[in-house]
Design a protein around this ligand. Sequence first.
Ligand code: ATP
Length: 272
Amino acid sequence: MMDMERVNAYMARVGAAQEQTFLPASGKLKVGLDLGTAYIVMVVLDEENNPVACEKQAASVLRDGVLIDYAGALQIVRALKEKLEKRIGRELEQCAIAMPAGTESSTRAHQYVAEGAGFEVTAVLDEPSAANAVYQIENGVVVDIGGGTTGLAILRDGKVCRIEDEPTGGTHLTLVLAGNYRIPFEEAESIKQDYARHKEIFPVVRPVIEKMAGIVNRYVDKTETETIYLCGGTCCLTGIEEVFQRETGIKTIKPADPFLVTPAGIAMNCKL
Ligand code: ATP
C-alpha cells in the first residue's frame, strides 16, 4: 500500500519549492524535466531527494505527447533552467527526462531540447513509472492523467510489467467545457482549474473522465488489481477518483496534490 501521509508531506514540500528555495543537504543536484502538453516543469532535488526548487510554465509545444515546437520548447527550458540556477546560486548539470509510454520515438527530440539547454541527460523514463518513484507501490496501477495523455504503469512485486498510453487528457476536458459553455478555450481552462467550480462543471466533463477510466479497464486485470493510484494535473479535479472507482470497480486513491508527482519522480531518477 502507498503511504499517503508520506506522499502528501513530500508533495507539499515539492509544492512549496515553487516559491521557496530550500538549502540542499549534500553535494550534487538532481533535476527532473517534464516536457508536457500543458506545462513544462523542472524540479530540483538534492542527492537525498529533498526538494530544493521547482519552476513551471504553461506551454503548447507538444501535441498528444509529441514535440511539435522544438524552438519554443528550448526557449522555455532554457529560461526555467536559468531561473532555477539564479535561485539556487549554482549551475544545474545533469537531468532526467520522461515521456508518455508509447512515444519512445520522440525520446531524441526531448533529449535534444534538454541538451540544447545545457543539460547532460542521464536517465530517460516513461511518465507513470517515474511517478512511482514517489508512490513506491509494489502492486497496483499508477494512472498519470496530464494535459494530452493518460498513461498507466501496471506494477507487480515492485516491477513495472506493462505501460500504456492513450491521447486523452485534460485538454479534452477543457474543449468539452468550452463547447458546452460556448466560451474560448482559455476561459474554459481557468474555470476548470478553479476548485470552487468543480462541482458545477463535473456533469459536463464526466463522460470524458469515464472514457479515461475506460482506458484503465482495457488494460488492467480486475481480479489481480487492488488499487488505482492517480497522479497528473487532471487528477486535481475534485471527485475524479470516484468516477474511476465506479467505472472500474477498483479502489482508487490520489494524494492531496497530484500535479507535481511525475516531475518529482523524474527528478528522483536523475543519475549523478
Ligand atoms: P502530458 O503529460 O499529457 O504531456 P502535462 O505533463 O502538461 O501533459 P500535467 O502538467 O500533469 O500534464 O497536467 C496538466 C493538466 O492538468 C492540464 O490539462 C490542466 O488543465 C490540468 N489541471 C491543472 N490544475 C488543475 C485543477 N486545479 N483542476 C483541474 N485540472 C487541472
